[in-house]
Every structure is written in C-alpha cells, then in structure tokens.
Design a protein around this ligand. Structure first.
Ligand code: AMP
Length: 175
C-alpha cells in the first residue's frame, strides 16, 4: 500500500472547512510506519546532517524515529512554556489560529546542518517559524521533510523562498 493510502481525511476537524489529514492510521500500521520512516531515512542517509529537529507534536513521532534510524540526535521544537531551560521563541500563524514555539538555547550548535521534520506542511507558517528558530540558533537548514504536503496552501513554496528545500512523502490536492 502507498503511504498516502494510510492517511484518512476528516472533514471539518478541528474547525468547519478544514480537511484534516489524519496520520494516526499510518502510525498504527506496522508496515506503513516502517515504510514512512525508512523512506525518509534513505533519502538523508548520505547527506551531511548533524541533527534532526522535530515540531511538536506529530513532528516528534517521525523526527525521533528518523533520528534513531540515522544514528543522530533529536531537538524538540515545542509549544511555549514546555521547555525547562533558556529558550529562543517565535510567534507564528496556523491554518487555524496563532501560536508560539520555542527551542532550547544551545540545542543546535553553531554551523550544524539540521534536518527539520514535521508530519504535514499546509501554509508553511509553522515550518517557517521553526526554520527561524533553528537559524537564529546558528544552525543551517538545507531541506525540510514532511510526510504530507498540501501544495495548494503554498507552504512548500514559501519555504523555498527562504532557501529551504522541501521534500514530502505524499501530497493531497485541495486544502
Ligand atoms: P501550517 O503552519 O499551515 O503549514 O500547518 C502545519 C501544521 O499544522 C502541522 O504541524 C500540521 O500538523 C498541522 N496541520 C495544518 N493543517 C492540517 C491539516 N489539514 N491536516 C492535518 N494537520 C494539519
């Protein structure tokens, strides 16, 4: 089965008009989960990546698995107030609301090549905020990786405009 076939669409969640792309079916399926993590790990296995960064919460699931597969460490980018140490923060807009995220000071060493991972890119607001945090931390991000891209929402294009390539395992038309 294709990775896309494990992802169901839930209309009007969490708000009317949103087509929520639910990755829990992919996570529940042993083959699907392995296929997704292996495909991401294979793409980056020969690249000079120093560390993986994942965005709370679903980016933690794939990001940590890929970090483990590649023998790398993992940096969590978290919602405001969740990290106990000194942080760098940024506010950002979501497809449905606004939020703030943070990274620990010193989690990314100066000049480190960071692979940014999240489950899905829609408008790109979340990923751009994470990119900003990593770059302000002194890290470089050549490419960000997602399980799902919703290209019509323009997020991938926005990231590319900030010199960050985008790779996704699958795409869904529409929003
Ligand atoms: P955005 O900042 O608009 O690119 O939104 C990306 C973030 O919001 C990701 O962390 C996703 O988990 C979540 N998200 C946004 N839109 C959807 C959607 N249609 N289905 C599932 N998750 C979404």
């Amino acid at each position: 089965m294709s990775i896309k076939s494990y992802i169901r669409t839930v209309p009007d969640y969490p708000k009317p008009g949103i087509l929520f792309r639910d990755i829990t079916g992919l996570l529940e399926n042993a083959e699907g989960l392995r296929e997704a993590v292996d495909a991401i790990a294979a793409r980056y296995s020969n690249r000079p990546i120093d560390i993986i960064a994942g965005i709370e919460a679903r980016g933690f699931i794939f990001g940590t698995a890929v970090a483990y597969a590649l023998g790398l460490g993992f940096v969590p980018i978290r919602k405001a107030g969740k990290l106990p140490g000194e942080v760098i923060g940024v506010g950002y807009e979501l497809e449905y609301g606004t939020d703030r995220m943070e990274i620990h000071v010193g989690a990314v060493r100066q000049g480190a090549e960071v692979l940014l991972i999240d489950d899905l890119i829609a408008t790109g607001g979340t990923a751009l905020a994470a990119l900003d945090l990593i770059r302000r931390s002194g890290g470089q991000v050549t490419e960000a990786c997602f399980v799902v891209d919703l290209p019509e929402l323009g997020g991938a294009e926005r990231l590319r405009a900030f010199e960050c390539d985008v790779f996704a395992l699958c795409t869904f038309e529409g929003h």
